[in-house]
Design a protein around this ligand. Structure first.
Ligand SMILES: Nc1ncnc2c1ncn2[C@@H]1O[C@H](COP(=O)(O)OP(=O)(O)OP(=O)(O)O)[C@@H](O)[C@H]1O
Length: 658
């Protein structure tokens, strides 16, 4: 470990070009050190106070970046789930390095706030010296900054993996970063950050050009519809209006060589013929050829009147039904699960009536996907599905996001005004995610809109009629919020014409089918993959606090990092491998004193809990209910008290994937 003095002299030596080769710091790091000393006059030994912008400035910046924050929120949560527990925080800065959004492990969040890892803090090199976010902003590419690569000694405990998010013009919009005081393989983290950036860029691109004509393409058929595919947006005369970074990469051209040019200069297809080749012939993708070099791609086209449901990031064959004639909603039933089958049947019954639906359930159980599937299966399928996450948008912005505003309605409002989500969803479906986080004063306004079916934009006077179906979702107990006067009871009853609860993954009867289904989606592009019965058993038995989202992420990571095409327990991330049930033990071993280092008090607690478990035949739900704690709390307690699940709770060994 270097002392502050050693660290500072090492940087000084590099900047003065003494034995640079021996210093083993990458070139982009020494370049940054030079900037820190010469351009920003920073001193690596000084503990500078973090520079934090005023609250009003932060809100203005968040307002300007609202479309990026909204597109990135889900993916930041995904990324956090993927590396949860490993001491990393996920952050997003704007193009000036001002931290906009932060997801952190509770243990790390406290320490992080001291170094300035909090919304409003500026992480440009000028204020924080060499660091993941600031250096990636200047490098304009995915960047690792590890420990003593940092310029300021104060930051040398950190490992940062950061990648810029670009808009369709190639300008940096923001930087996504994973930083932590940890030794988790940093290269792996950088790959995951980069993958998330592509997903976010595609989402922003599709949102920006919503309602236009898109062509999605990739050189491998299985990758069309995934984040690595290229996307082009076309006007009515087949002139390319914009292209994603991956589209340019695949075509091997710069943006200015494509934008404003006819599609046929690049692909030997017209938009209409591609639509014909795919939808009409019932094919998910069609082969197309590069007009200049004859390379083969696979593509599909989406016109505004042809929305597609993307289950698991794959293009669906058809917006309405699969090859077996099942609606998108019915496709969500992958196996026998009583709760899902009830949900699908109940939602189907109210499909043609504008009954408000409230979806409850833990995070990652598929509430948004279910809402989309309802939309795609019903009479509004050809219209917009607009989602707003009430917890990811700063409170001050929810009102303008929902209701829109007239030009110049408030300080910082754009000159053109903005159409709110209610207007965007007109004729279609509005999905209000995390409705429990809607501020109280806006709940009254929302209720009025839902009752009167009219919206008055901020700064406007004339009400505009709207026709929307509302689906809302929450992971919290709204009744509890009502009791605490945090949620209006009248709004609650207005939102829940039908309430459906999405089952947690650990309680789903179709878990094994779901695992197989998700694996088949993740294997796109890499040929058939399978898993050993032992791995399937561990996945089946795991508690999945992050539900289907976590399962999908774990499978995705395993597929990306696999050593062979048969996945095994060894391929699991360590935290899941560690939590898998221990090999069979005789019942007496549960109480074996020799094996435990617990103190006498804990031993007594262990004995008492074992008794309750035995009485309940090791039914975890029953015991959790008896003790008045959640299942997760109980599992954590079992871990702490070194109680392992007995054989009868272990999965059978010889199940293959269906
Ligand atoms: N039946 C399913 N088949 C395939 N993927 C699914 C299924 N259900 C959910 N997923 C995937 O799991 C992830 C989480 O789903 P979704 O965002 O709909 O959950 P959520 O309950 O709305 O989460 P949150 O409460 O955190 O917003 C998504 O990537 C989604 O595609």
């Amino acid at each position: 470990m270097l002392t502050s003095n050693h660290h500072c002299s090492r940087i000084k030596a590099a900047v003065e070009n003494i034995s640079v080769a021996a210093l083993s710091a990458p070139g982009y790091i020494t370049d940054s050190w030079i900037r820190c000393m010469r351009d920003y006059a920073l001193d690596s030994s000084i503990v500078y106070e973090p520079y934090i912008v005023e609250r009003v400035e932060l809100q203005e910046r968040q307002a300007k970046l609202a479309h990026v924050l909204s597109a990135a929120k889900g993916e930041m949560a995904n990324l956090f789930q993927q590396i949860a527990g490993s001491g990393y925080a996920i952050m997003l800065t704007d193009a000036d390095g001002v931290l906009m959004n932060f997801f952190g492990d509770p243990g790390f969040t406290h320490a992080a706030s001291k170094t300035g890892m909090m919304p409003g803090a500026v992480w440009s090199e000028r204020y924080q010296g060499t660091n993941g976010m600031g250096t990636a902003l200047l490098e304009k590419r995915p960047t690792m900054v590890q420990q003593y690569d940092h310029f300021l000694f104060r930051n040398t405990g950190l490992i940062c993996a950061a990648a810029p998010i670009f808009d369709a013009n190639g300008d940096v919009l923001a930087v996504l970063d994973a930083s932590g005081e940890t030794h988790l393989a940093p290269k792996h983290v950088l790959d995951l950050v980069n993958m998330s950036v592509h997903t976010i860029e595609n989402r922003i691109f599709l949102d920006t050009y919503a309602g236009q004509r898109f062509i999605h393409f990739h050189s491998r058929a299985e990758f069309v519809g995934t984040p690595s595919a290229g996307i082009l947006v076309m006007d009515e005369s087949d002139t390319v209006m914009a292209a994603t970074r991956n589209a340019l990469l695949q075509l091997g051209v710069a943006a200015q060589e494509v934008v404003g040019h006819a599609l046929e200069e690049f692909l030997n297809v017209s938009f209409e013929s591609l639509v014909r080749d795919t939808s009409k012939l019932g094919r998910p993708v069609a082969p197309v050829f590069d007009s200049r070099f004859g390379r083969r791609f696979f593509a599909y086209a989406t016109a505004p009147s042809q929305p597609r449901l993307h289950l698991c990031g794959q293009p669906a064959r058809d917006a309405d039904a699969d090859s077996e004639g099942r609606t998108p909603l019915q496709q969500l039933q992958v196996g026998p699960d009583a709760a899902m089958s009830h949900n699908v049947q109940a939602a189907t019954r109210v499909m043609n009536r504008d009954v408000a639906i409230l979806l409850c359930g833990e995070t990652g159980t598929g509430k948004e996907l279910f809402a989309k599937a309802i939309h795609m299966s019903g009479p509004r399928a050809q219209q917009a599905f607009v989602a707003i996450n009430c917890s990811s948008i700063p409170e001050s912005l929810i009102e303008s996001e929902l209701f829109g505003y007239k030009p110049g309605a408030f300080t910082g409002a754009s000159k053109e005004g903005q159409r709110g989500k209610f207007f965007q969803a007109n004729g279609g479906t509005l999905f209000l995610d995390e409705i429990g986080d809607m501020p109280l004063h806006l709940q009254a306004r929302l209720l009025r809109v839902l009752e009167e079916r009219e919206v008055v934009p901020l700064g406007g006077e004339t009400p505009v009629s709207i026709d929307i179906r509302v689906i809302s979702a929450t992971h919290c107990d709204l009744m509890e919020k009502i009791e605490r006067h945090e949620f209006r009871e009248d709004l609650y009853y207005r939102l829940q014409g039908l309430t459906l609860t999405m089952p947690p993954l650990r309680e789903r009867g179709d878990r094994r089918q779901l695992i197989a289904h998700l694996l088949s989606r993740e294997q796109a592009g890499c040929g058939p993959l399978s898993m050993t019965p032992e791995l399937l058993a561990v996945l089946d038995q795991y508690r999945w606090p992050g539900n289907i989202r976590q399962l999908r992420n774990v499978l995705r990571t395993m597929v990306a990092l696999r050593n062979a095409d048969v996945l095994d327990v060894e391929d699991l991330p360590p935290e899941i491998r560690k939590s898998s049930p221990q090999p069979p033990m005789p019942a007496s071993a549960h109480r074996g004193e020799g094996e435990s280092c617990l103190n006498p008090l804990k031993q007594a607690e262990r004995e008492a809990l074992l008794q309750v478990l035995e009485q309940a035949r090791w039914n975890i739900s029953t015991v959790a209910r008896q003790l008045g704690v959640g299942r997760n709390t109980l599992y954590r307690k079992l871990d702490r008290l070194e109680i392992h699940l007995p054989d009868s709770k272990k999965p059978a060994n010889a199940h293959g994937l269906a």
